[in-house]
Design a protein around this ligand. Structure first.
Ligand SMILES: C[S@@+](CC[C@H](N)C(=O)[O-])C[C@H]1O[C@@H](n2cnc3c(N)ncnc32)[C@H](O)[C@@H]1O
Length: 159
């Protein structure tokens, strides 16, 4: 399985980088994982609705440029679909079984994902109503992908 995680902006903090590197290493046995960073659009503190939409649109175009037609896209969104880790694990397994071996997760920037990216998404994934910083979201997602593979093999990692 090929897993791509597209995020907006560069990871700055070492502790995020280290955490992601750890899960990437652990995932090596199960999937080829690629992390793709697209540039964030500078967004001053106070923006009008139209300016915010523009920022999301520009970032969205950068995200879409990194996605190939064959990829199954899962957009991370607060208002997206919540599921238990076990369900997520089964869905990932089923995707692989039924011909979707290129899975791409997309994480928005500080203002979220554009309508165009949401339209391209084949599915959504929500980690609940709490808003998480996009950098932390990347780490949490990596852990959940790793957990999904641990569930699939029946490892005691998942209790
Ligand atoms: C700081 S959040 C953006 C907040 C923005 N107001 C919104 O509603 O999307 C940055 C990105 O992290 C991801 N994210 C943050 N919290 C999330 C959650 N609870 N579930 C799923 N994705 C989340 C989403 O991809 C979001 O676009």
């Amino acid at each position: 399985m090929n897993i791509k995680v597209i995020g907006v902006g560069k990871l700055k903090e070492k502790y995020f980088k280290d955490g992601i590197a750890e899960y990437r290493k652990r995932l090596d046995k199960f999937a080829k994982v690629q992390i793709v960073e697209v540039a964030d659009e500078k967004a001053p503190e106070s923006l009008s609705e139209a300016e915010m939409a523009h920022v999301k649109e520009v970032e969205g175009e950068r995200i879409l440029a990194k996605i190939k037609d064959k990829e199954w896209v899962i957009a991370l969104a607060i208002e997206g679909k919540q599921r238990a880790s076990e369900v997520f694990a089964k869905e990932l397994e089923d995707l692989g079984t039924y011909g979707h071996s290129d899975i791409t997760f997309v994480i928005g920037g500080s203002l979220g994902l554009s309508p165009a990216v949401m339209k391209r998404a084949d599915d959504t994934l929500s980690f609940g109503k709490l808003t998480m910083p996009h950098q932390l979201m990347r780490l949490v997602l990596m852990e959940q992908i790793y957990r999904a593979f641990m569930i699939q093999i029946g490892s005691p990692y998942h209790k």
